[in-house]
Design a protein around this ligand. Structure first.
Ligand code: NAP
Length: 462
């Protein structure tokens, strides 16, 4: 895939970049390793000061960066502004909480014959981040902010269609005062990730992306015995039970399915509606999906911009065509528009069956699958048959249903009466083929730290 900014609105190539030559890549890896040796010795107070400055600088640049995100991947300007604001918040969160997360944790010394014993958290060195384009700044930031707070050095292989956002991030950290080479962007194709990950100077990797990409990175990391965090696909279930407020649930269902123009790993994609409220919910949901305005992402009247890439739109189109050919009912949308740009309308489908590809896979676009179920238990058994387990939603006022949902839904995150989203304050991640490991909070920061056990006995001469 060429490394270039290509307008999703027109298909025009706006700016192309040369890949790093082998010599340039070698130079960057050598610089990263040299930076890691020094950066680990900086104090946490110094690091969080730089982090705070990065937050302030990003806040000042918010408008420019938001427009850049719109240009590169086509989400609405409003959504891009929200993304940038979230990045500022994430930086400030780690600036404030990071020192506490790094504090050594004492253990009971007497029972292990020690005068003192504790766990100290230390950086591990150079960490490779392979990132996707759908939240081009936030995905990379939620790796970078905790990693730099921890004293690690980051190298970013971002998606090939968001190179300018990737380069902006490198500049942001440099301008904030972080030492040169503590955070570098590598303009390389995905085929060169293997070389970087196998390089002995690289200690670990995190990848957010598709299942095939995750499998490849995990295989290499396994062979090299390097730590890896996998944030992969999702096809989140969204359960609506009779006790809930259908207006609210359907509003959030629309938001869930259309956020980032429908390109979000989390957020409901499969909607399991109790039979008692199925007709009422479907009517509300379909009407609200059908009323959304598809168009220029910079126009404030637009609700949904184009999909980010041509191949992404082709994939969505193919999933819908396959489902319709095998008997799915199109309630709203379902027709790829003619004309320039990679637009796809909000689409609601029913009568989804296991023969259809979308039943088992992930549709990365504004397409909702809606089922009628006789109980939460029936919905859970359908939902849990899916190979992914990232987020999940329940809308219910019934405590026993909530308890069953929390206990039985196979997902890394369970949200009740609200939309699944990521916050720096709470852990984020999945189970099953959605991956493993956690991002954000203290857990995310410690994924790439050495929890070193320290045991100190009595002084020998005492
Ligand atoms: P993708 O093709 O896997 O790309 C993601 C990143 O991986 C890009 O930087 C890509 O580089 C790189 N990549 C692709 N194939 C690779 C390989 N074989 N080895 C190493 N790196 C490789 O994913 P996408 O289709 O652009 O993004 C959508 C997917 O990401 C969806 O499945 C979505 O659910 C998932 N996602 C998950 C999360 C989460 O937190 N769990 C968040 C966002 C998105 P190039 O661009 O150069 O190909």
């Amino acid at each position: 895939m060429a490394i270039a900014t290509i307008s999703p609105v027109t298909g025009e190539v706006l700016k192309s970049f040369d890949e790093l030559t082998p010599e340039q890549l070698e130079d960057k890896l050598a610089r990263a390793a040299a930076a890691a040796a020094k950066y680990r010795l900086t104090t946490i107070d110094q690091r969080v000061e730089w982090l705070g400055r990065a937050a302030d600088n990003l806040e000042k640049d918010a408008d420019t960066v938001s427009k850049l995100i719109v240009t590169e991947m086509g989400k609405t300007y409003r959504a891009a502004q929200e993304e940038v604001a979230k990045c500022v918040h994430g930086l400030r969160f780690y600036a404030e909480q990071g020192p506490g997360f790094l504090r050594a944790l004492p253990n009971e010394a007497g029972s292990v014959n020690a005068k003192q014993t504790y766990v100290t958290y230390q950086p591990i060195g150079v960490v490779l981040a392979v990132m996707p384009w759908n939240l081009p700044m936030w995905q990379a930031m939620r790796f970078a902010a905790p990693a730099l707070t921890a004293g690690n050095v980051g190298i970013l292989k971002h998606a090939s269609n968001v190179p300018q956002t990737a380069l902006y991030m490198e500049q942001l950290f440099r301008d904030a005062g972080f030492p040169e080479d503590v955070f570098q962007t590598l303009l390389i194709s995905s085929g060169r990730v293997e070389q970087v990950l196998r390089d002995p100077r690289v200690e670990a990797a995190t990848i957010t992306g598709s299942e095939p990409a995750g499998k490849s990175v995990a295989t290499i990391a396994g062979q090299e015995i390097k730590k890896v965090v996998l944030e992969l696909g999702g096809s989140d279930p969204f359960f609506v039970m009779p006790s809930t407020n259908l207006e609210r649930a359907s509003d959030v269902a629309v938001k869930a399915r259309t956020l980032n123009n429908g390109q979000s790993c989390i957020n409901g994609k499969r909607f399991f509606i109790h039979a008692d409220v199925y007709d009422a919910f479907l009517a509300l949901f379909a009407a609200k999906m059908g009323a959304l305005v598809v168009g220029d992402p910079m126009d404030p009247a637009t609700d949904i911009g184009p999909l980010a890439t041509e191949s992404g739109r082709d994939d969505v189109d193919a999933y819908v065509a396959d489902a319709v050919a095998k008997g799915a009912t199109v309630v709203v949308g379902g027709k790829r528009p003619d004309g320039p740009g990679w637009f796809y309308p909000p689409t609601v489908l029913t009568n989804i069956t296991p023969e259809m590809n979308m039943y088992h896979e992930e549709v990365f676009g504004p397409v909702a699958q809606v089922w009628s179920v006789s109980s939460l238990e029936e919905g859970l058994s359908l939902a849990n048959a899916h190979p992914y387990g990232l987020g999940s939603n329940l809308w219910s006022e019934d405590q026993s249903e909530r308890d069953i949902f929390i206990r039985d839904v196979q997902s890394g995150m369970a949200f009740i009466n609200g939309n699944t989203t990521s916050y720096p304050e709470i852990p984020f991640g999945g189970v099953k083929r959605s991956g493993y490991g956690r991002e954000l909070s203290d857990l995310g920061m410690r994924e790439f730290m050495n929890a070193k056990t320290v045991w100190i006995g009595d002084d020998v001469d005492a």
